[in-house]
Design a protein. Structure first.
Length: 65
């Protein structure tokens, strides 16, 4: 009888530990995503003046040939 009580206690403690670990893991994952969000939320658009200027120079030099 005592062995069944100990086995039941061990099973319940294990289930509680698994639930607590899953909850803590979920919470830390949410915190990690929240901390990473500002790094990607405000993206600065790439400046394309150089590309446009290069294309204009290529057109200008190709017209002279």
């Amino acid at each position: 009888m005592i062995a069944m009580l100990e086995l039941t206690t061990l099973a319940l403690i294990t289930i509680f530990a698994v639930a607590a670990a899953a909850g803590l893991h979920w919470l830390l994952l949410k915190v990690a995503f929240f901390l990473m969000r500002p790094a990607t939320a405000q993206r600065i658009p790439a400046r394309t003046e150089l590309a446009r200027g290069t294309a204009q120079l290529a057109r200008a030099y190709s017209a002279q040939r």
